[in-house]
Design a protein around this ligand. Structure first.
Ligand SMILES: [Zn+2]
Length: 255
């Protein structure tokens, strides 16, 4: 997976850096443009949206095996991001959140933590869960080697989209009701990226346009699709066919 990001120092003409979306994309790495401008790059967008987009684009290319697995990975990644965002909102300490996340290494633990976080943020509402048939489908693909086809991808895709959509809707509603100033999941990702940059010795304060164009780091955020942390989702957007609708748009953003 790769994505284009613009170089801030190529001011004469627009120039893009083709960045590989790998683990270092989220933990930080050095990238450079064709003119030799070097930056320390870190994503300030959650990984689930890149997995979601990869699931959509693989589906569009007919790579159903990759699409299915990526969509399911997005579901697991989203739960972790949601729990992290909730915990960070409570305790405001990134290191403690990081330690807590290491304890959620098993899927049933993560599931329990997600339900608890969701109930806490919604004042008592229990989140939807994947249907029994969607879980069976996932188990058949992951544990029995069943090859997923187009219909399987749509089934798991629509289930995962609705699940994540519901989580994002809760976060969006809290902003609209002015409980939170920013979407909690985006706030966590932004603060995480800032903290990693500070650890590397970068001054992340931007006080003038010059500061912006002269900085040697890129804290990268992007709105990729309806499930991005910066998309303002509404009740009417939550349906049983969100994935099917998204693939009909046919957008290729990452490659
Ligand atoms: Zn450049």
């Amino acid at each position: 997976m790769r994505i284009n990001c613009s170089c801030l120092k190529c001011t004469d003409k627009p120039s893009y850096i083709n960045v590989e979306i790998n683990e270092a994309f989220f933990s930080g790495k050095t990238i450079s443009c064709s003119e030799g401008h070097e930056f320390f790059f870190i994503s300030a967008s959650p990984r689930s949206q890149f997995l979601i987009q990869q699931g959509v684009e693989s589906f569009l290319k007919g790579y159903y095996f990759e699409s299915f697995h990526t969509l399911y990975s997005a579901y697991e990644a989203y739960k972790k991001e949601f729990v992290a965002a909730h915990s960070y909102n409570e305790i405001k300490d990134l290191e403690s959140v990081k330690t807590m996340l290491t304890k959620l290494d098993r899927s049933e633990r993560l599931e329990g933590a997600y339900v608890t976080s969701f109930i806490s943020l919604s004042n008592g509402k229990v989140p939807i869960s994947l249907s029994r048939s969607a879980v069976e489908l996932r188990n058949n693909v992951v544990h029995k080697g069943i090859l997923p086809d187009k219909a399987s991808c749509e089934k798991i895709g629509n289930a995962v989209f609705k699940f994540i959509g519901e989580g994002n809707l809760l976060i969006a509603k809290r902003c609209m009701e002015e409980t939170d100033r920013f979407p909690l999941n985006q706030l966590y990702e932004t603060d995480y990226a800032q903290s990693e940059l500070k650890k590397k010795g970068f001054d992340t304060s931007i006080n003038s346009p010059e500061d912006f164009y002269n900085k040697d780091f890129i804290s990268y955020s992007i709105l990729l699709n309806i499930l991005s942390s910066m998309t303002l989702i509404q009740d009417k957007d939550i349906t049983d066919h969100m994935f099917t609708d998204q693939v009909k748009n046919g957008h290729f953003i990452i490659s």
